[in-house]
Design a binder for this molecule. Structure first.
Ligand code: CP
Ligand code: NVA
Length: 299
């Protein structure tokens, strides 16, 4: 039975700690390990991507492997080939499969029939690879994750959910502020026995109090375009600016998974200023995912 990575809840706290250690090691020595030597990894994109595609493609190469990037509209999937058959065939050729798609049931169905590890590269519900990079960035900045407070301000979406799931496993104290109707309330399942905690509120100032990191994401995710106007209206005050950072812990820094919309969920001053670790966070995608792939493909 292969090890899949669909929500992040598949990892224990010890495994997650070790993975982050390994990612930091790989960041220092990016070409030192080649666990994918002579093997290929399929990367299926049904939605646009800049960071995920580049970080996986380059990361697989750095691990000695061959990335095979597949746009789903160019695959037989787009002509009705079943997910099951796609998973069965890809499993005969590659060491792992990454998938970016909409509905979570698609990655679940592919995983059910794949005999190699399946990695969720973003669904409507989860973005666990992003959360690995988020944790790596907080750990680099704070030296630990144990009891560190991280606030997320904005839409209770895939990025917020994965931050909550993996942050709780890692021992973070997560506070998520969202307006009514955009909260994770009722749709957040934390792994049993998680070391950290997650609190949900409508009050951004309350969430950021004592927080070392203040995180946000877009107001309109891929697939949410039909409700863009009402989202922008509801989320308009859930923005990271200097005043919100002033209300957090001293030396608090901003995080954003990107792409950003300066002037909406984050100000340009914060995005391009000194009070952020957003560009490090984008780089950390590659290091964290390399450590993940090594873990998943190792016997
Ligand atoms: N953060 C992130 O997943 O970016 P992309 O959509 O560019 O891959
Ligand atoms: N919540 C965003 C994340 C993009 C990386 C989306 O799903 O579009």
């Amino acid at each position: 039975m292969p090890r899949h990575f669909l929500t992040g809840a598949e990892l224990s706290r010890d495994e997650l700690d070790a993975l982050l250690d390994r990612a930091l090691q790989m960041k220092r020595e990016p070409l030192a390990a080649t666990p994918l030597s002579g093997r290929a990894v399929a990367l299926i994109f049904e939605k646009p991507s800049t960071r995920t595609r580049v970080s996986f493609e380059v990361g697989v190469r750095e691990l000695g492997g061959q990335p095979v990037v597949l746009r789903s509209d160019e695959m037989q999937l787009s002509r009705g080939e079943p997910l099951r058959d796609t998973a069965l065939v890809l499993s005969r050729h590659v060491a792992a499969i990454g998938v970016r798609t909409g509905e979570d049931r698609i990655v679940e169905e592919l995983a059910r029939h794949s005999s190699v590890p399946l990695v969720n590269m973003l669904t409507a519900g989860h973005h666990p690879c992003q959360a690995l990079a988020d944790l790596l960035t907080v750990r680099e900045a704070c030296g630990t994750l144990d009891g560190v407070r991280v606030a997320y301000v904005g839409d209770g979406n895939n990025v917020a959910r994965s931050l909550a799931v993996l942050g709780a496993i890692a021992g973070l104290e997560i506070a998520i502020a969202s307006p009514p109707g955009y909260s994770l309330e009722g749709s957040l399942e934390l792994p049993e026995g998680a070391a950290g905690s997650v609190t949900l509120t409508e009050d951004a100032r309350e969430a950021v109090r004592g927080a070392q990191a203040v995180y946000t994401d877009v107001w309109v995710s891929m697939g949410d375009e039909a409700t863009a106007d009402q989202r922008r209206a509801a989320l308009s005050s859930y923005r990271i600016d200097d005043a919100l950072l002033d209300a957090a812990a001293p030396d608090a820094f901003a995080l954003h998974d990107l792409p950003a919309h300066p002037g909406e969920e984050i100000t340009a001053e914060v995005l391009y200023g000194e009070r952020q670790r957003i560009w490090d966070q984008a780089e950390n995608r590659r290091h964290a995912q390399k450590a993940l792939l090594e873990l998943l493909v190792s016997p």
